[in-house]
Design a protein around this ligand. Structure first.
Ligand SMILES: NC(=O)C1=CN([C@@H]2O[C@H](COP(=O)(O)OP(=O)(O)OC[C@H]3O[C@@H](n4cnc5c(N)ncnc54)[C@H](OP(=O)(O)O)[C@@H]3O)[C@@H](O)[C@H]2O)C=CC1
Ligand SMILES: O=C(O)C(=O)Cc1ccc(O)cc1
Length: 395
């Protein structure tokens, strides 16, 4: 029974009754089921209605609309670029006019304006290309971190090496992804035609960098890391330019006890990300208009590392000469390759099986991590906005 303000909402027994009586319909279902759901209810769409979807990958959604909707139905679809419990205000909201009149686009924009999100107009193809660069490959990195920790039977917040600074962001975002539904990430990775190659390159970058570390190939490693840095972040640090993130801010969001002295880490996951962007010719800043909070935090910690010469050198030296964490890096490399293979095979069940195994392992910490993660996203996003604003007013 609906209470209070929602008393005027009537829940129909099925999608046919919704379709035949609605002027605007948004399909917000699993991407893997979109074809079956639109096949079932699409033919019942009210004459003159506008139809869209909220799935994270537009290729299968558009294919389903084209196949099953009557040809006189207008198609304006969308994608909110944030997860649950994030304030939609100011977050990107992609609007795609696939087959519609300006009147239909305006109707959808007016309805969705209540989110107070930042609307961005893109084509479906462009949307999928950008989200493969931003979301799919970012998720691959965090899924692999979790898999490696589980394989070594670790809860990273219990280990000095993984507490404080950028480690906090890594752990919180990893837990955030595993606390969400498997089909969201499987859909993003497997059904997006551009995602496979990106995820494969990430796994290759991890493997190749790890081999250079194992082989003690100092010069090649330095050369490769610096070449990637130049391609992604430019040749020099602009004087006075502030970093997106700072130590004291990052240290606030810890699930564990911070050690007196920071323990070194070679940050293979972050080095591989920049290497992957370089190899694929991706400049992540170009995608800010269509980015999620998670991607901005990921880019924030990567930038934090690459714009700090001392810290980057420390990662290189640790990677080459500190063998204490070789087993972590070995498991991380296996994990990145295994996720990539599962995505390439394109089997939803293979993805689900692995995702849910990790989800069960980390589940006891989800409530605490979700609370802390929400707070972290709120605080860091506010900080990023302040800085962008300051930088804008200075230029
Ligand atoms: N979660 C996120 O962070 C984001 C998700 N998205 C996208 O939004 C979509 C929905 O995701 P989310 O809400 O998280 O997932 P949920 O699993 O919570 O929701 C999917 C819903 O679809 C319903 N559904 C599935 N099949 C049918 C059917 N045949 N008839 C009627 N209803 C059906 C399910 O009903 P039932 O439970 O009864 O099976 C369920 O309520 C996905 O495509 C996802 O990629 C987009 C942005 C962010
Ligand atoms: O921010 C992320 O990448 C998330 O994990 C949340 C999310 C998941 C699916 C989407 O389509 C949009 C946002």
């Amino acid at each position: 029974m609906l209470k209070g303000k929602q008393r005027n909402v009537t829940i129909f027994p099925n999608g046919h009754l919704v379709s035949r009586s609605s002027d605007w319909i948004m399909y917000s279902v699993e991407a893997k089921s979109i074809d079956a759901v639109v096949a079932a209810y699409g033919p019942s769409t009210k004459l003159g209605a506008v139809v869209g979807g909220q799935t994270s990958t537009k290729a299968p959604e558009i294919a389903a609309f084209e196949k099953h909707l009557p040809s006189d139905i207008e198609i304006v679809t969308c994608h909110s670029l944030h997860g649950p419990k994030v304030d939609p205000k100011g977050q990107p909201l992609v609007i795609i006019n696939h087959r519609a009149s300006p009147r239909a686009v305006q109707l959808v924009e007016r309805i969705l304006s209540c989110f107070q999100s930042k609307m961005v107009t893109l084509s479906a193809e462009m949307h999928d290309r950008i989200t493969a660069d931003t979301q799919a490959v970012t998720h691959a990195a965090f899924l692999s971190m979790g898999t490696a920790w589980q394989a070594n039977n670790q809860f990273p917040w219990q280990m000095a090496r993984y507490v404080g600074g950028i480690e906090n962001v890594k752990i919180n975002l990893m837990l955030r992804i595993y606390s969400n539904k498997w089909h969201v990430y499987a859909g993003l990775a497997i059904l997006n035609p551009s995602a496979r190659a990106q995820i494969r390159q990430y796994a290759e970058s991890v493997t190749e960098l790890f081999k250079l570390m194992l082989g003690g190939q100092r010069e090649e490693l330095i050369e490769r890391i610096h070449a990637a840095r130049t391609a992604v972040f430019g040749t020099e640090r602009i004087e006075g330019q502030e970093l997106l993130l700072e130590d004291d801010l990052l240290d606030r969001f810890s699930l564990g006890e911070k050690p007196a002295e920071r323990v070194k880490n070679n940050q293979l996951a972050l080095l591989a990300m920049v290497d992957c962007w370089w190899k694929l010719g991706i400049v992540p800043y170009d995608h800010m208009i269509c980015s999620t909070p998670l991607f901005r935090l990921w880019l924030g910690i990567v930038e934090y590392l690459y714009r700090n010469e001392e810290l980057l050198n420390e990662c290189i030296e640790t990677g080459l000469y500190d063998t204490t964490f070789r087993s972590d890096d070995l498991e991380f490399t296996f994990a990145a390759r295994d996720w990539s293979e599962r995505v390439s095979l394109g089997h939803m069940d293979g993805y689900r099986e692995k995702f849910e195994k990790m989800q069960n392992y980390f589940a006891p910490r989800f409530p605490e991590a979700t609370k802390l993660g929400n707070e972290m996203i709120r605080t860091i996003e506010a900080n990023l906005n302040d800085r962008r604003l300051k930088q804008k007013t200075q230029t």
